[in-house]
Design a binder for this molecule. Structure first.
Ligand code: AHR
Length: 511
């Protein structure tokens, strides 16, 4: 009898130990599409992002198309980049677009006042950027200079890139400069961080000024159909959101942009590849703040826009650490920690797809949480690149709401869920689940109730490495790449497997 009770108890304890991380899918509640624009990127004239990273110049010995590195284009194409934000960032707050058009040897040389006072020859301007977007099949997202620029300058930029041939001297100039038809740019950011580098404005002042831009950039009858994006907060300053949403009428705003970087201390950000376990936890805790940040901003938006017509746009996000000296401004290494940030953050965005309809990782090449690093002719794909590539299955797929019961990672009085997940079903009826084990100390058992017994097959891919500090380097560029994952078993609508520590898994489930 004693033996029987012992066996029973062990069984019960084993069951609890192994049912901590439970995911339940609710396919009957699926109604929202995950906008592909959540998977957007951001490229600023900063350090080696544009010059050297993306743009080598047409007389470069490196393979290029109109000056843009062919290797970079090919790698980016594989991510199905839906949109690209340019030219900044703080750089946009001092940028005059007319400096960057016309014959290259006649373009004005300027000082990059936002980033290191470097000399900028404007070799990469409006034409080069919009042509790059066409090559990538990405929608351009232009950020208007609302600080040192003017309403008129913004109006003329819209006319130059969007209006039909013969409309004005500006469209004649566009044709003279080699572009015959308009590019039809839809996404326009009106200002950037206007509470800081974008003019240090109050929310009241910003929203009044915004309305002058938003009305003038479209024609009076509003026929341009621009998607106008207003500046939101970059911290828990929710009063900013409240003022902007209250002051700008619904007919003048299509999106509200917010910024959040996973930084635990702005004065001591810690190294990008030799961080401690403590720093790892703190970074992930800040990454997890994205959930609260979106919830609180959405709550305010719901008050003024209950039908969710205005999109919440996280147009700068990612990890930000101490820069590596002599490699370019804001150049940092990209480790498995960054894969954890990307996996968790993209899951948060997917799960809030009803309000979050665009996001832009900061930044594309050689700056902050880059997907690509370059060194001369060499190029490598970072762990973040691989997460973006694995997650592209969610683009434009239908979100499957989930309930998640996750174990916690705890450090002092702070905690965060060890597991992060999102699920979607695509147009081929394939179900995809992206699951992250943020825990850097232990593997976790996962059980998933699919809520539908029709599924019979499961396969997957995993991105992981022994240490959260592991990264790809120019001497070992493929140390971390996705591998196939065949440890998940599917029985009667339930999937179970052990998720290794610091790993991202994307499962594909079919009938
Ligand atoms: O991405 C780097 C900088 O971070 C951007 O220029 C600015 O908008 C933000 O503060």
């Amino acid at each position: 009898m004693k033996k029987f009770i012992l066996i029973l108890l062990t069984g019960v304890l084993f069951h609890f130990a192994h049912s901590q991380n439970e995911i339940i899918l609710k396919p009957e509640e699926a109604k929202t599409e995950i906008s592909r624009h959540i998977y957007g990127h951001f490229a600023e004239h900063l350090g080696r992002c544009i010059y050297d990273g993306i743009y080598a110049g047409s007389d470069s010995p490196l393979a290029n198309k109109d000056g843009v590195r062919t290797d970079v284009i090919e790698a980016l194409k594989n991510l199905n980049i839906p949109n690209l934000r340019w030219p900044g960032g703080c750089f946009a707050d001092t940028y005059h677009w007319k400096d960057g058009i016309g014959p290259k040897d006649e373009r004005k040389h300027i000082e990059n006042l936002s980033w290191g006072n470097e000399r900028e020859d404007n070799g990469f301007g409006t034409h080069e950027f919009l042509d790059l977007c066409e090559q990538l099949g990405a929608e351009p997202y232009l950020a208007v200079n609302m600080n040192s620029g003017s309403v008129q300058e913004a109006v003329e930029w819209v006319q130059y890139v969007n209006h039909k041939n013969g409309s004005s001297d500006l469209t004649d100039l566009r044709q003279e400069n080699g572009r015959d038809k308009p590019w039809n740019v839809k996404y326009w950011g009106i200002g950037n961080e206007s509470w800081d580098c974008g003019g240090d404005m109050t929310a009241e002042y910003y929203s009044n000024l915004y309305k002058r831009y938003a009305t003038a950039m479209t024609s009076y009858a509003n026929t341009e159909k621009l998607f106008r994006i207003a500046v939101g907060p970059g911290s828990d300053d929710y009063a900013w959101t409240e003022t902007v949403m209250k002051n700008i009428p619904a007919k003048r705003i299509e999106g509200l942009s917010v910024h959040h970087y996973s930084v635990f201390d702005w004065s001591a950000k810690g190294p990008s590849d030799t961080f401690s376990d403590e720093e790892y936890f703190k970074t992930m805790h800040r990454a997890w703040f994205m959930e609260e940040f979106i919830n609180k901003n959405s709550e305010i938006m719901d008050k003024y826009d209950p039908d969710k017509n205005v999109a919440l746009i996280v147009d700068e996000w990612g990890g930000w650490y101490e820069s590596i000296p002599d490699k370019g401004i804001l150049y940092q290494q990209n480790t498995i920690r960054d894969a954890m940030i990307a996996g968790m953050t993209l899951n948060i965005f997917n799960n809030h797809a009803d309000r979050v309809r665009m996001a832009n990782l900061a930044q594309t090449v050689n700056v902050l949480q880059a997907v690509i690093l370059t060194e001369g002719e060499k190029m490598l794909l970072t762990p973040t690149y691989h997460v973006m590539e694995m997650y592209k299955v969610h683009q434009d797929a239908k979100l499957i709401p989930i309930s998640l019961n996750s174990e916690k990672m705890v450090n002092g009085n702070q905690s965060l869920p060890a597991i992060s997940v999102s699920a979607s079903v695509d147009s081929q009826n394939l179900l995809h689940l992206s699951i992250v084990n943020v825990d850097n100390e232990k593997d976790h058992p996962i059980s998933i109730d699919l809520g539908d017994a029709k599924y019979k097959k499961v396969s997957g891919r995993i991105l992981t490495s022994e240490s959260v500090r592991d990264h790809n380097s120019f001497s070992d560029p493929d140390k971390i790449t996705p591998r196939s994952f065949n440890k998940a078993t599917l029985k009667k609508g339930k999937i179970t497997f052990e998720l290794p520590k610091n790993s991202v898994v994307v499962l594909e489930v079919s009938e």
